[in-house]
Design a protein around this ligand. Structure first.
Ligand SMILES: Cc1ncc(COP(=O)(O)O)c(C=O)c1O
Length: 424
């Protein structure tokens, strides 16, 4: 896997984009007005790819999105009905406990035991899994520490490291076929001095949709334990598994698991996620609370109530919807066929396929822009995940009929790309 990153845009006014290290960042060019400098931690953080993609979409009438990592469904109806009646309850408008509503935390501890075989974990409820991850980076890493992730990586995790002062992000390779993390590379890297403070994986993966079997997860965990590194596992797509594959979690005193309600229960805008952390580690809860109290104080109370009522509906509700996504995945695998049989990878889990563009199209951002302009279909450039020359295709956000339209446009666009290039 090639390790580099490049997606960008023109910025208005004072700010210009410069190449720095492996990526591009906004920097102040000077000029109009006078004011203090903006923080390097922000300027040197990558530009969020989703924001750029949304701009692209806004500029194109009738564009259909295979870009954003979303699902097309709404939360369970009975859960929505229950929170509808709650809005007048004064407790909804007050702050709640930093770590989450006690009833929700208890329900999550039960769920972790019942479904994830996590029996020694405490829970903090957060405003989504992204905030959970930032909390963890802030409490587990110091500026200047090194951390490990694997390409193609989840772009927001990369940005969380950058903006919290972690400049030494070691990006490891994945197997070119399975897209699973390379454990041999990890073993070597964890023998560095100083030892990387934290290793993170997403299972199943964003942007690849590749899943990490339990044996490999355990091996990664053993290596981290031996080296004295934290292992943070993002299980946002725990229910999104296909073809009989099973997601599994592991626990130990050096492991932290992150979860989200966003995709499973169609609750993206309600902002609820949670951290399952080892209760036996002294001081973990106390340090985590400091970060939480200074970012959201607590996750939205009505969001937590909806999460609680959604949990009551249970995982079968999710699995039925997830199984329906198989048809979307099939449609899009076919649509990607102009790229050649070996070009398409991943998709065993999550809501993503990952594809390699022909060698001469190493500028994936240009290809994505061309596909939007000419064929009105939107994807994510692989450079945003450290792998230029690739594209991420999301199959969760559209109902089957809309997905058929998107697949038709994508196929037509890719056929043209391969045959004639990016002709306007
Ligand atoms: C791997 C991964 N982690 C975290 C998130 C963010 O989830 P949340 O909405 O819970 O913040 C996403 C969303 O796309 C994701 O793909």
């Amino acid at each position: 896997m090639l390790l580099a990153r490049r997606y960008l845009v023109t910025a208005p006014g004072l700010i210009s984009l410069v190449r720095r290290g492996r990526g591009y960042c906004w920097t102040r060019a000077g000029g109009m007005g006078s004011h203090p400098k903006l923080a390097k931690r922000a300027l040197e953080t990558e530009t969020p790819v989703m924001v750029e993609i949304q701009k692209l979409m806004r500029g194109t009438k009738d564009a259909i999105s295979l870009a954003q990592g979303v699902v097309y469904w709404q939360p369970p109806e009975e859960a929505l009905q229950k929170v509808k009646d709650l809005v007048w309850d004064p407790s909804i408008s007050r702050y709640g406990a930093d770590e989450g509503l006690p009833e929700l935390r208890q329900a999550l501890i039960d769920k972790l035991q019942r479904e994830n075989n996590l029996n020694k974990s405490s829970v903090m409820v957060t405003a989504g899994a992204n905030q959970a991850f930032v909390n963890l980076v802030l409490m587990l890493c110091d500026p200047g520490d090194s951390v490990v992730m694997f390409a193609p990586y989840y772009f927001n995790a990369y940005m969380s490291f950058q903006m919290t002062g972690i400049t030494n992000i070691l990006v490891g390779p994945t197997d070119p076929n399975t897209l699973q993390p390379d454990a041999e590379w990890l073993e070597k890297t964890l023998s560095n001095n100083p030892v990387p403070k934290l290793v993170t994986v997403v299972n199943p993966g964003n942007p690849s949709g590749a899943y990490i079997p339990e044996t490999l997860l355990q091996k990664i965990s053993d290596l981290c334990k031996r080296a004295g590194s934290w292992l943070v596992i993002d299980n946002t797509y725990e229910y999104f598994m296909y073809d009989g594959l099973k997601h599994s979690c592991i626990e130990d005193n050096h492991i932290v698991n992150v979860f989200s309600f966003s995709k499973a229960y169609g609750m993206m805008g309600w902002r609820v996620g949670y951290i399952a952390y080892p209760e036996a580690v002294d001081g973990f809860a106390a340090q985590l609370l400091k970060v939480q109290d200074n970012i959201p104080i607590c996750a939205s109370i009505i969001g937590q109530r909806l999460a609680l009522h959604s949990l009551e509906v249970g995982p079968e509700w999710i699995r039925e919807r997830v199984q329906d996504l198989v048809k979307n995945r099939e449609l899009l695998v076919k649509a990607l066929s102009p790229l050649g049989q070996d070009a398409v990878r991943g998709g065993e889990g999550a809501i993503y396929l990952w594809a390699k563009l022909p060698d001469k199209f190493s500028d994936d951002y240009q290809v994505v822009k061309w596909l939007v302009r000419k064929h009105h279909v939107v994807l994510i450039p692989g450079a945003a995940s450290g792998c230029p020359g690739h594209i991420r295709i999301s199959f969760g956000g559209l109902k089957e009929a809309d997905c058929e339209v998107a697949a038709y446009r994508l196929r037509k666009g890719l056929e043209e790309l391969v045959r004639d290039g990016m002709v306007e």
